[in-house]
Design a protein around this ligand. Structure first.
Ligand SMILES: [Zn+2]
Ligand SMILES: [Zn+2]
Length: 141
């Protein structure tokens, strides 16, 4: 199984040997700004399972007021990484699923932070939707 990924300019390349779950589509405003899109989809990976093949030094870290860190390629601007306090404790990091070079057999199971989903994007699948983080406030219930 090969799970290699790269940024748009291909200077940042990496490989993952295993994924952790679950994977959700995040509609929070910070992910919208970071991705330039209606939502982000990150997959959690143990730091020990993520191997940098090139360009790690090109990743620019942006630390937000809520102590989350998002990293992007300085050269092409591709959104690559997300980490929160949770990830730092668990020794994991979240990698943008769309940065992988092959379609991954990862099945997202929810939409989160749908309270900030933009009106121009209609969520029309049957996955559970949470106003904020997964916490039992599934708005489909
Ligand atoms: Zn790049
Ligand atoms: Zn988000």
């Amino acid at each position: 199984m090969k799970n290699s990924g790269s940024c748009l300019c291909k200077k940042v390349t990496f490989e993952a040997t295993a994924f952790q779950g679950p994977v959700g589509h995040c509609h929070c405003t910070m992910c919208q700004k970071f991705h330039g899109a209606a939502f982000s989809t990150f997959v959690e990976i143990k730091l020990a399972d993520l191997h940098w093949l090139s360009g790690h030094e090109l990743l620019q870290r942006y630390r937000a007021d809520n102590d989350t860190v998002r990293s992007f390629c300085q050269c092409c601007g591709s959104s690559i990484l997300f980490e929160s306090k949770y990830n730092r404790v668990e020794k994991t990091i979240e990698v943008a699923l769309a940065a992988f070079d092959q379609h991954q057999h990862v099945v997202p199971d929810a939409h989160i932070y749908t309270e900030s989903n933009p009106p121009w994007y209609e969520i029309n699948d049957n996955l559970p939707q949470y106003h904020q983080y997964r916490s039992g406030d599934d708005v489909n219930n």
